[in-house]
Design a protein around this ligand. Structure first.
Ligand code: F6R
Length: 364
């Protein structure tokens, strides 16, 4: 049932190119760039003034990344909040608010409570869900399914990348409805989206290489993950993967916040995993590498090819294939998932059933 893989998590990491292809299939026209969702009948964003995305854990990280493309492409303000916070905050909602709830299982207690609260406040609720016919999809006005297939490993991997793909398609869809971007820009993004599954397949070939890297680093105790822009929530996700299954201390940080405190942590035994996305946010993060090196911290860089010439010498440099700024997280996440997996493997932890965790958190 694990298809020759030692753990479901590793199998599911490798299933991502196919899951992504399935999730995109039929939803975008490669020639016109037109996005269509059969599920969104009677859906119009004309009266929507703001979007709130709410979810837990990995699903919330996907939402935080989705905010960038929805705001940039569809020009509608987006807030993102953990469902456990949202539900107790008495948020200001009305019929002009679109609340997007993201969940792999569709049964997470806090996300369900957030969806119910939104409905009771007359907001419109769109769910992004991986499991069919769940409590969340019953509450929601509309549901967009991720087509990741069943995810068994407790650490979410393929559901996350499919959530990113649906959010990105939704950003394009809303941009088309609201006529907020040029067709040329849509086509540019769509071309990159359609090449992602193939690029992800290529990237997965570095698996053995990452295993080597994990062997070098699994005995360290502290890992900082740094990024800006879309790479900030990705840093949170990379750190979450490592802590969940390897039980190591890992923190995701906004690279720009380093100098306001966290830089005090840097010393030779602290490993910094620096994420360089495409564009200005990647360029700005280069300075962090210099600052960490100056304090003798160890640095692993995962970068978009754009910055190759200007990255200072570091312990390890991994490069992803070329893509757009908003899609880079779908590739940058692959080495992060593999690193977490192989570190946990070296440490001998129970990868598919990590201690203290359940696949679906149905109690508060
Ligand atoms: C992390 C992980 C959890 C879930 C969270 C939400 O690997 O699996 O953080 O993402 O519990 O679960 P769903 O998406 O089922 O609502």
């Amino acid at each position: 049932e694990k298809g020759g893989y030692k753990h479901f998590m590793l199998k599911e990491i490798h299933e991502q190119p196919q899951a992504l292809e399935d999730t995109i299939l039929g939803r975008v026209d490669g020639i016109t760039g037109q996005v269509r969702f059969d599920e969104l009948e009677n859906f119009s964003l004309e009266t929507v003034e703001r979007v709130i995305i709410t979810a837990c854990g990995t699903a919330c990280h996907a939402g935080m990344i989705g905010k960038y493309s929805i705001e940039h492409l569809a020009k509608v303000p987006v807030e993102v909040e953990y469902a456990s916070e949202f539900r107790y905050r008495q948020p200001l909602l009305n019929e002009k608010t679109l609340v997007i709830c993201i969940s792999q299982s569709g049964e997470t207690a806090d996300t369900l409570a957030a969806a119910r609260l939104a409905k009771d406040s007359h907001a419109r609720v769109l769910s992004i869900c991986n499991s069919m016919g769940t409590s969340l999809t019953r509450i929601a006005d509309w549901t967009l399914y991720t087509r990741a297939g069943i995810e068994i490993g407790v650490a979410s991997t393929k559901a996350f990348t499919c959530q990113l793909a649906v959010l990105f398609l939704l950003a394009l869809y809303l941009a088309q409805q609201r006529k907020t971007i040029e067709n040329e820009c849509i086509l540019y993004q769509v071309q990159f989206l359609l090449t992602l599954p193939r690029q992800m397949n290529e990237l997965l070939k570095i698996s053995d290489h990452i295993h080597e890297l994990a062997r070098e680093y699994y005995l360290y105790h502290d890992f900082l993950y740094l990024g800006r822009g879309v790479c900030y929530p990705l840093a949170l996700e990379g750190a979450l993967k490592l802590k969940e299954i390897s039980y190591l201390h890992a923190e995701g940080l906004s690279a720009g916040e380093m100098k306001h405190g966290p830089i005090a942590l840097i010393e030779p035994d602290v490993i910094s995993v620096v994420l360089l996305g495409r564009g200005i946010t990647g360029v700005k993060t280069l300075a962090n590498i210099e600052e960490i090196k100056a304090r003798k911290g160890k640095v692993i860089v995962i970068s978009h090819p754009e910055h190759l010439e200007v990255i200072p010498p570091v312990e390890k440099l991994l490069v992803i294939p070329e893509t757009s700024e908003f899609l880079a997280p779908l590739l940058l996440i692959i080495p992060l998932q593999l690193f977490a997996y192989y570190v946990a493997l070296e440490k001998g932890s129970d990868i598919d059933q990590p201690r203290n965790l359940a696949k679906s958190v149905t109690v508060e």
